[in-house]
Design a protein around this ligand. Structure first.
Ligand code: SF4
Ligand code: SF4
Length: 383
């Protein structure tokens, strides 16, 4: 098959975008061994790297869109190749030529939604704070303790809105002086950036940064590991300075300082899933477990692949918006791992993970008895 872009251009684009570490690859194949795709079908990041090194990438094929940016290969490569940065550099060519093949097609709608409404789900921008309408949740003003950056899925998705409500309820119970930006909040832009759409990422980031500055924001609490990653590691590219803390870290702090008292009981067997963008990308493994272990009656059980080896849900890198045939879902494998660990509840703290695990648990016979929960929902029950 022909390549869409000239070979030289592909090599140059990869270099420009920081994907130059491709050249250190010595084709050992370790990335393919650890990649979750090879648990469900054949997929070779090693081959993609080889083709790209020679400028032979076929951008009209779906292969370069498979990577979920889970970071397992990056952490295991003996030559320090950054497969994610290099893979995103290839996608930039696809985005530039507007080539979104087969199951990648829905990205076009997501781009339109983000451009017009500032969220990937196509919800009305003015309705972004609708989830909070019956709650004592204020609009953020300068001097408040924290900004609660709700994120797209928690603002619009019916299942995830319950998590936003649980979070706001916990913050109120702890007496935290917090506010939200409502319709002035836009998508953090992390996932669309991983589809190669750098311009749209920059636009969304600048919109949020403007609001943070206008509102005098100093500290931001987030519910999505993708917002966390972007604010912590990507927004500093715009020379902006604010503190970001993940909700499970923040709740853990509130419990440890005595502001939130866990006086209730949650007598269930629970297993915790480390989202890729909280664990491997940002090293947050301990606080969520520490928090869960403070709950009376809760029994923790680890899955086969946990912490640094956590099995990706399949939703990162923009994959949450693409079609993934049933037989290719990593989330089915993860739900089975949770059941095998003897868990009654699979708990995590990522909107993409919860969406994918909920779909899998509904489809699989083994998942019938498994509940999928966000960590805030469990803590709320344990008050
Ligand atoms: S693990 Fe690293 S060196 Fe080995 S094939 Fe993959 S990218 Fe190349
Ligand atoms: S980041 Fe994850 S999904 Fe992507 S190639 Fe590496 S191991 Fe596979």
């Amino acid at each position: 098959m022909d390549t869409v872009a000239p070979e030289k251009e592909i090599i140059e684009v990869i270099k420009e975008q920081g994907g130059d570490s491709f050249k250190y690859c010595y084709q050992c194949g370790r990335c393919d061994v650890v990649c979750p795709w090879n648990r469900v079908r054949d997929f070779s990041m090693r081959k993609i790297i080889r083709q790209a090194t020679f400028g032979l990438t076929e951008i009209e094929q779906e292969e370069m869109w498979r990577c979920t940016t889970c970071k397992t290969c990056v952490d295991n490569c003996p030559r320090g190749v950054d497969q994610i940065t290099a893979g995103v550099a290839l996608r930039k060519l696809g985005a530039e030529y507007d080539v979104y093949p087969g199951n990648v097609g829905p990205i076009q709608t997501v781009v339109a939604n983000l451009t017009s409404e500032g969220n990937s789900l196509g919800g009305d921008k003015e309705m972004r704070a609708e989830w909070a309408k019956d709650l004592p949740v204020k609009t953020y003003t300068e001097g408040m303790e924290v900004l609660y950056f709700t994120g797209c899925y928690l603002s619009y998705d019916p299942r995830m809105r319950k998590v936003a409500v649980a979070t706001a309820t916990l913050l109120n119970k702890a007496g935290v002086d917090f506010g939200i930006l409502g319709s002035k909040e836009s998508c953090c832009g992390e996932s669309i950036r991983k589809t190669g759409n750098e311009d749209l990422f920059k636009r969304l980031a600048k919109e949020n940064i403007k609001e943070f500055i206008d509102h005098g924001v100093k500290k931001v609490v987030v519910s999505s590991p993708h917002c966390y990653h972007s604010f912590k590691n990507e927004y500093p590219e715009f020379m902006v300075n604010f503190e970001v803390i993940f909700i499970s870290q923040y709740i853990n702090e509130l419990v440890n300082s005595g502001r939130l008292k866990l006086t209730g009981e949650y007598a269930r067997k629970v297993t915790y899933h480390d989202p890729c963008y909280l664990g491997r990308h940002n090293g947050i493994y301990d606080e969520p477990r520490e928090l869960l272990q403070q709950v009376t009656g809760l029994e923790m059980s680890e899955m086969v692949d946990s912490r640094e080896k956590s099995l990706c849900c399949g939703g990162g890198g923009g994959r949450i918006w693409m079609e993934t045939p049933k037989e290719d879902r990593f989330s089915d494998l993860r739900v089975r791992q949770a059941v095998d660990a003897g868990a009654e509840v699979l708990v995590t703290s990522c909107p993409y993970c919860i969406t994918n695990f909920t779909d899998s648990s509904l489809d699989l016979d083994e998942g019938d008895t498994l509940e999928i929960k966000d960590i805030t929902e469990i803590i709320l029950e344990a008050l």
